[in-house]
Design a protein around this ligand. Structure first.
Ligand code: ATP
Ligand code: MG
Ligand code: MG
Ligand code: MG
Length: 439
């Protein structure tokens, strides 16, 4: 993308009306614009990041054996009356009437709908287990939408639903999603710690929130430093390996991590002092086993191997895709702006010409731009006729992982400068070496 042709409305000043750094930076760097309270338009830069995050979530769900589908945003009230949640859900649900006075709602979540769809198609134990997911906009009429996309009213969520014949099977589905989540967040370059969450009326140990650490988080967190170094991508940990997944779950359960809601002082006391970590965190995912709550109320039954009818056991698994954009910025920025982890960066490389009006400089930048594009690298080329300092400031603000700085003096000597946004390291290289480094 050429900056001179891009819709990248970067603000000179940090907006005063935003309270937290990610919200400020998302406005200043032109990722989003609010169109109504808690409702945002995603501008090109923000949309690229949102899509990168969505794609990582998708790939890790697919790898874990879940299947993608798409359910609508609008749902009928009837569906929710069947489960009894239409009245129970309360004012967070946006209720709408169509022209025939039929009661509808903008879905805050999809347990009812997926259960009804599954119920109408699946009749036999042979068709279980299954896990289905979609990535779709949700609406929750939050009392206090705030912090930009972190607590919006309309937001993008990945929600998956598992169907199993019994609790043992459901546990395996739960462990599978737990591993998929750990891998998803690790790939995004952020640390999201699984923390035991309230499991509601069913009880048990199958509810975890995934929390990104950031000082502005809404919950207080306590965790064992072991989470700082776990690598969830060990190749010997495989989907379908029951003992391995049980081992993963046992490891998570025996390594302390909790939010203020479930914090247990006695267990915390058993963590060695030098391994105690505390802080604040943002909920970016939540996995939950709820047994037959929806299958029972929605009438989902399949015939078992002995001919008896069985009520499947279910779980649901959410990722806050749009919230993650803000959460990643909270976890990764400095005074100059955003620092995108490479996996979610809108572009991997930004080229800056220090003097767009200097012919050899512009020519060198143009050819580097063409070569990087041919090599399949996402690149933003700041070809504007602006002061070099202004352009460098903008690059720092929008946070691309690599900057290639092309100036008249360097070009006279056949070199460009390569800057790493995260470390700030700068290095002079000839153009071929810079290409080799970036491809
Ligand atoms: P919170 O505690 O922040 O209100 P929740 O527990 O109500 O979230 P879940 O029902 O667990 O949310 O939904 C799954 C995920 O969707 C959450 O982990 C979060 O990442 C995301 N999410 C929930 N509400 C919002 C919102 N208002 N704006 C953006 N993302 C949200
Ligand atoms: Mg909520
Ligand atoms: Mg919550
Ligand atoms: Mg939750």
């Amino acid at each position: 993308m050429r900056f001179s042709r891009a819709f990248l409305p970067v603000l000179k000043e940090s907006p005063a009306d935003a309270q937290i750094v990610s919200h400020k930076l998302m406005l200043q760097a032109g990722l989003v614009r609010q169109t109504a309270a808690g409702i945002y338009a995603w501008l090109p830069l923000g949309f690229r990041v949102l899509q990168k995050i969505e794609q990582i979530v998708r790939e890790e769900q697919d790898r874990a054996g879940a299947q993608e589908m798409l359910m609508p945003t609008l749902q009928s009230a009837e569906l929710w009356r069947t489960s009894g949640r239409y009245d129970a859900y309360g004012p967070e649900m946006l209720r709408i009437k169509d022209r025939h006075d039929r009661e509808m709602l903008y879905g805050p979540t999809n347990e009812e709908m997926i259960t009804a769809i599954f119920r109408d198609e699946v009749k036999s134990y042979r068709e279980l287990p299954r896990t289905l997911y979609h990535i779709q906009w949700k609406f929750r009429d939050e009392v206090r939408p705030r912090f930009g996309v972190m607590r919006g009213r309309e937001f993008l969520m990945k929600d998956a639903y598992s169907f199993d014949l019994d609790e043992a099977g459901a546990r395996q589905s739960y462990y599978t999603q737990m591993l998929a989540y750990l891998r998803t967040f690790q790939r995004m370059g952020i640390k999201a710690v699984p923390m035991k969450a309230d499991s509601g009326p069913i009880g048990g140990d199958l509810s975890h929130e995934f929390i990104v650490l950031a000082p502005t988080g809404e919950s207080e967190v306590f965790y064992d430093a072991a989470y700082d170094t776990f690598d969830w991508n060990q190749p010997d940990l495989r989907y379908g390996d029951e003992a391995g997944l049980q081992g993963l779950f046992d490891q998570v359960n025996s390594t302390y991590a909790a939010t203020d809601e479930t914090h247990d002082e006695a267990r915390w006391g058993d963590v060695a002092d030098d391994r105690k970590r505390t802080g604040r965190g943002i909920e970016v995912g939540h996995i939950f086993y709820f047994g037959d709550k929806y299958s029972e109320s929605m009438g989902l039954k399949v015939s078992g191997s002995d001919g008896q009818m069985v009520t499947p056991m279910m779980g649901s698994y959410g990722v806050g895709v749009s919230r993650l954009v803000g959460a990643i910025i909270e976890a990764s920025h400095d005074e100059a702006g955003i620092i995108w982890p490479e996996a979610v960066a809108p572009w991997k490389v930004g080229i800056v010409t220090m003097r767009a009006d200097d012919e050899p400089t512009a020519a060198a930048a143009e050819s580097l731009y063409a070569d990087l594009q041919s090599a399949g690298i996402d690149v933003l080329y700041d070809d504007r006729n602006e002061r070099g300092g202004v352009k460098l400031g903008t690059m720092d603000l929008i946070g691309l992982p690599w900057q290639v700085i092309v100036g008249p003096r360097g070009i006279a000597n056949g070199v460009v400068e390569l800057k790493n946004r995260a470390t700030g390291e700068r290095e002079e290289l000839n153009v071929d070496a810079a290409m080799a480094r970036l491809t």
